[in-house]
Ligand binder design. Structure first.
Ligand SMILES: NC(=O)c1ccc[n+]([C@@H]2O[C@H](COP(=O)([O-])OP(=O)(O)OC[C@H]3O[C@@H](n4cnc5c(N)ncnc54)[C@H](O)[C@@H]3O)[C@@H](O)[C@H]2O)c1
Ligand SMILES: O=P(O)(O)OC[C@@H](O)[C@@H](O)[C@H](O)[C@H](O)CO
Length: 503
């Protein structure tokens, strides 16, 4: 979803030299000439990293905080080349514009990304960066599908084609994020340099454990002793990250151009809301992120579950029900009473009862804030973005709710609507982004009309529920008879909890 990369024009470009030409209301970094070291290497320099972690480090650098560090960004996929080149030309500078629901836009230039490089173009430089003793953290936003080992889905590093290729030659030329991390940890161990901490910032429950398994099992394919050393000596804290960060729309790009008065080829737009909760497990040291709003906790699991089930899970329901109701943007979908009500049913009948909320968090407040965030028209989040990579997202965000909600009243009927809306929206979508995120087993089940519950691997935990199969047939019949949009309206009137007005 990274992009768009904007074409070359004659317009003056964002650069260190043109910072002084920006209007006074655009905050600019005044720390670019200092000697602050690069202390973090980040893999996956997409939109989100630049609206979130890079912004937190920008705040620390701007405050001249002890322990502030700059970032080196690395892309591992050739598709990242245009964005990374644009950032290189701008010496890592880019604008971050926060679009508030009232239409105000707050733009600042972020300077924490000291340099960027692409692994396939500069493998030696990339490895050298990770081996620099000043680097204490290697962080990741490589999407949920980027992790190669996951006990809950049965995914194994040994089955990953790219990992197999790079480990077959002993990781002399790492190609993946995990190959690069393992090669660097091996070199640091040999050199007697303490290991860095690996920090996943992807939306995955227990992202630290999934990152650990992905690194350790990649290492095991090259050297079992190294794998055990990594397992015993490297920290993998879990994190919960939150800020809705879509790809900019053309009108947002035009607005950012107008604000800057010059051309930024790599702008980021996001909502004003931001949250970062971390497990405090950084034995090699870390920046004082708590000074700029991050929260360290011993209770990371309950923050993760809350966010993944209530926000990301609801994004899935919103996307498929919203698409079937004919909407394009998240804010349009939540303004539709039928979609809004389905969201409320998902939250109150299924997701919320499965959660132990973190101390001090009120569920009603959290949901109210989510509705405001989803309803932000200025951010213009598309349902297409939310429906991308849908099979992985349904498995990670929605399935855990459904598994834990099996004894809830109305479970079969509500789950049937969620699953059938997903399949129907995916089947009827003309978007390549949406259909390419659905693996072949799901496509085969959809095309062959075979029962979804037994055909799709990640749905197996629900496959032994005959009431659910029956309810899914009933939903399909309603969609066939009335069309999905009207069908959703009809089914809503029969859904448990819908007599109560959505709060
Ligand atoms: N965008 C958001 O609102 C948001 C909010 C919270 C968390 N996140 C997390 O950040 C991730 C990235 O989101 P984004 O908005 O930056 O997306 P993006 O499309 O802008 O960037 C994705 C990045 O991931 C990299 N990537 C994808 N697959 C990879 C793989 N197999 N190996 C290595 N790198 C890979 C890409 O090269 C790119 O750099 C999400 O999947 C999610 O886990 C995003
Ligand atoms: O980016 P993903 O794949 O984790 O999920 C899609 C959206 O739900 C997600 O990007 C949210 O916008 C984000 O998690 C908000 O913090």
């Amino acid at each position: 979803m990274t992009g768009p990369i904007r074409p070359e024009t004659a317009t003056v470009r964002l650069s260190r030299a043109t910072l002084r030409d920006l209007p006074a209301e655009v905050a600019v970094p005044d720390y670019l000439d200092d000697e602050t070291p690069v202390g973090v290497v980040h893999i996956g320099v997409g939109n989100f990293h630049r609206s979130h972690q890079a912004m937190y480090l920008d705040r620390l650098l701007a405050a001249r905080s002890d322990g502030a560090v700059a970032i080196c960004g690395i892309g591992v996929r050739p598709e990242d080349r245009p964005l990374l080149m644009a950032l290189q030309e701008q010496t890592g500078l880019y604008s971050l514009s926060l679009f508030a629901p009232d239409g105000t836009v707050d733009t600042r230039i972020i300077g924490s990304l000291r340099n960027v490089l692409l692994l396939p173009d500069a493998p030696d430089d990339a490895l050298a960066r990770l081996c620099d003793p000043e680097v204490r953290i290697v962080s990741l936003t490589i999407t949920e599908s980027g992790y190669v080992e996951d006990a809950t889905t049965g995914r194994r590093a040994a089955d990953d084609r790219a990992v197999r290729v790079e480990t077959a030659d002993g990781l002399t030329t790492p190609q993946t994020a995990f190959g690069l991390i393992v090669a660097a940890l091996r070199a640091r161990r040999t050199a007697g340099t303490s290991p860095f901490t690996v920090m996943s910032c992807d939306n995955i429950q227990r992202n630290g454990a999934i990152a650990r398994a992905s690194v350790v099992e990649t290492a095991r394919l090259v050297d079992p002793d190294l794998a055990d050393w990594i397992d015993g000596n490297v920290a993998f804290p879990s994190t919960m990250v939150d800020r809705i960060t879509p790809s900019p729309t053309p009108s947002q790009l035009a607005l950012v151009d107008g604000v800057l008065g010059l051309r930024d080829k790599a702008p980021v737009v996001a909502e004003p809301f931001v949250q970062w909760i971390l497990e405090d497990d950084f034995p090699s040291g870390r920046p004082p992120l708590e000074d700029v709003g991050a929260i360290f906790t011993d209770d990371i699991g309950s923050y993760e579950s809350m966010k993944l089930r209530l926000l990301n899970g609801a994004h899935q329901v919103l996307a498929y029900v919203g698409l079937l109701r004919g909407h394009r943007f998240a804010h349009e979908a939540v303004a539709d009473p039928v979609v809004r009500h389905w969201l409320d049913v998902y939250w109150r009948e299924l997701a919320l009862p499965t959660l132990d909320l973190p101390d001090g968090v009120d569920g009603d407040d959290y949901l109210r804030t989510l509705l405001e965030r989803f309803g932000n028209p200025a951010i213009a989040d598309t349902l297409e973005r939310l429906a991308t990579d849908s099979s992985a997202r349904m498995a990670k965000f929605v399935l855990p709710v459904l598994v834990d909600a099996r004894d809830r009243p109305g479970f079969a009927e509500l789950t049937a609507v969620i699953l059938e809306s997903w399949v129907t929206a995916v089947r009827s979508s003309s978007s390549d982004l949406i259909s390419s995120g659905v693996p072949s087993d799901v496509h085969a089940a959809i095309a062959g009309g075979s029962p979804l519950l037994s055909a799709v691997d990640w749905l197996r935990p629900l496959s032994a529920d005959p009431a659910l199969s029956l309810a899914m047939t009933a939903v399909r019949e309603t969609f066939d008879a009335l069309g999905p949009s009207e069908g959703l309206e009809r089914l809503l009137s029969q859904a448990p909890g819908c007599a109560q007005e959505a709060s």
